[in-house]
Design a protein around this ligand. Structure first.
Ligand SMILES: [Zn+2]
Length: 229
């Protein structure tokens, strides 16, 4: 589950590489008028917004499709609080897949982006209502995680919020990325050219190295999961 079209590739690439199971990406907010060139004013018929949203969906479909991931884009405008409840209900209707998922990846909410938090809330809501619970895994929201001045404090805040809902059974996990896999991740990130530039790519690589150091690997991504009870 992802708030925006690029979140899964930016933050949970190691999970997308896993070829052992079929995967579906649910992207909640993909009606957008902002690019790395800045916010584009909405014009006649909202054409710039339509064009940018279309471009972002294409980037995402292309990247995820190449990784063997199906994707569903829900066409909610980003950063709109009014859609939250409706979104929750839509997600409930959508979820009866042919098979319940074994694992659900969702944003951790680091940095407090409202769209990321609402997707996290939908995931927690669904998880609590599943008869047979999938593994719920929160991915660190990138680039916010490495842009935060006080990441430790923000992480504790996320943990506390989640522990209120899920109990004190959260654990940190690492997924190593081999140098080849990191290079592949960066290549895929380039496909989101409406959002990326080369200086942010090198920041991503540095951060993957930093996280890798924490778990004794060259590069890694960090996740928080709910321990099974
Ligand atoms: Zn996002």
């Amino acid at each position: 589950m992802s708030a925006h079209p690029d979140d899964l590739v930016f933050s949970a690439f190691s999970a997308l590489l896993d070829r052992s199971s079929s995967k579906i990406g649910l992207i909640f907010f993909n009606v957008s008028s902002s690019t790395r060139w800045g916010p584009v004013p909405r014009g006649w018929l909202n054409l710039p917004q339509l064009a940018i949203s279309g471009l972002r969906i294409l980037e995402d479909k292309f990247a995820l499709g190449n990784l063997g991931v199906k994707s569903v884009h829900f066409h909610n405008a980003d950063s709109k609080a009014s859609k939250r409840y409706e979104m929750k209900m839509n997600a409930v209707r959508i979820f009866p897949f042919p098979q319940l998922p074994a694992r659900v990846y969702t944003p951790l909410g680091l940095g407090g982006h409202p769209d990321h938090i609402s997707v996290r809330n939908v995931a927690v809501y669904l998880w609590r209502n599943f008869q047979k619970r999938p593994r719920l895994i929160f991915y660190e929201d990138l680039p916010y995680a490495f842009l935060l001045q006080n990441r430790g404090q923000e992480e504790r805040k996320c943990f506390e919020e989640l522990e209120r809902e899920l109990g004190k059974n959260l654990q940190t996990e690492y997924s190593p990325l081999a140098p080849k896999e990191l290079a592949r991740k960066l290549r895929y990130m380039r496909l989101y050219f409406s959002q990326m530039n080369s200086s942010s790519l090198s920041q991503f690589a540095q951060y993957a190295r930093l996280v890798g150091r924490e778990c004794g690997m060259e590069y890694a991504e960090r996740f928080v999961s709910v321990a099974s009870r």
